[in-house]
Design a protein around this ligand. Structure first.
Ligand code: C2E
Ligand code: MG
Ligand code: MG
Ligand code: MG
Length: 280
């Protein structure tokens, strides 16, 4: 009896854990199939200059449209793509697709427009990462200076040497770099100074907690100050109401992104939205 149990794997895992692993394997297969069947798509969320309210660019965000028509959130499937290695192929597709979109927008006259693309730490560490970046530019004709890569602070943390040399290479290619979810990963500030980073993205959690009463003590305010001191652009994520936009503007935060301005939208809606926004 013990033997059969061992063969079926139940000796190693608790019942729940076994179910969890099977569930994850199923999801991994479903994700790969979805990718092959082109059910993974990109949506784009505009990024705005807080003082002029003009659009400066957009962030590309992955969506998985499930068989039931529901969207599965990237927070759920990115870790699975990372663990299965699919993220390498998927991430290359994301960059190429976002670059194609950038080229199309430029052809329609939106020439002062930065395309931001999220990059996983698994991609970042991959030996072909820089080659993949160059290839995406070559294949699409996208100008490197209008492409920004968003990396999370955790990448920035654990292998400083790799990080510094990779960022140097990215700058040589001509792309910009943003630190995503800034403030959540405890980077050392002296280390940040050595990195060729262009932007800090204030995590939504810190935008959420800003109030006038907290003036002088909020994390968001400290990040904005840090940006000024280190000569980095700061963008606030997850701005949902005018009150937050107003406080951020007064604190000297130059850029913002959030539901107040626009939700992430399908590529076919983006040019129309941009045109409409320009007119206002
Ligand atoms: P992120 O890069 O920090 O993206 C910001 C997230 O906040 C997005 O969630 C966006 O839809 C959401 N958001 C934007 N404005 C607001 C707002 O005003 N209120 C609220 N409540 N939420 C807002 P999303 O699209 O679900 O993406 C979640 C995370 O998944 C992203 O966080 C990013 O880390 C990851 N991700 C998304 N696309 C990709 C991708 O192509 N590659 C990789 N490696 N990761 C991706
Ligand atoms: Mg991001
Ligand atoms: Mg973020
Ligand atoms: Mg995030």
């Amino acid at each position: 009896r013990a033997k059969t149990r061992q063969r079926s794997g139940h000796c190693y895992f608790s019942r729940n854990m076994g179910v969890d692993i099977r569930g994850r394997v199923r999801m991994m297969h479903a994700l790969r199939t979805a990718f092959e069947q082109r059910k993974l798509t990109l949506v784009y969320q505009p990024q705005i200059n807080l003082s002029t309210r003009k659009v400066v660019g957009a962030e590309a965000l992955l969506r998985w449209c499930g068989d039931d028509g529901q969207f599965i959130r990237p927070d759920v499937f990115i870790p699975i793509a990372e663990n299965s290695g699919l993220i390498i192929e998927l991430g290359a597709w994301v960059l190429r697709t976002a670059c194609e979109q950038l080229v199309e927008l430029r052809a329609r006259g939106f020439v002062d427009f930065m395309m931001s693309v999220n990059v996983s730490q698994v991609q970042f560490r991959h030996p072909q990462f820089l080659t993949m970046l160059r290839l995406a530019l070559e294949q699409t004709g996208a100008p490197a200076e209008f492409v920004e890569l968003e990396i999370t602070e955790s990448v920035a943390m654990d292998d400083p040497a790799l990080l510094i040399t990779t960022l140097d290479q990215i700058k040589l290619i001509g792309m910009s770099i943003a630190i995503d979810d800034f403030g959540t990963g405890f980077s050392s500030l002296s280390y940040l100074q050595q990195l060729k980073v262009d932007r800090l993205k204030i995590d939504r959690a810190f935008v959420n907690e800003i109030t006038d009463a907290k003036r002088g003590s909020s994390i968001a305010e400290m990040i904005i100050q840090l940006g000024h001191n280190l000569d980095l652009t700061v963008i606030a994520e997850g701005v949902e109401d005018e009150r937050q936009a107003d406080i951020l503007t007064r604190l000297g935060c130059p850029l913002a992104q959030g539901y107040l301005f626009a939700r992430p939208m399908a590529p076919e809606l983006l040019p129309g939205w941009l045109q409409q926004h320009d007119r206002n």
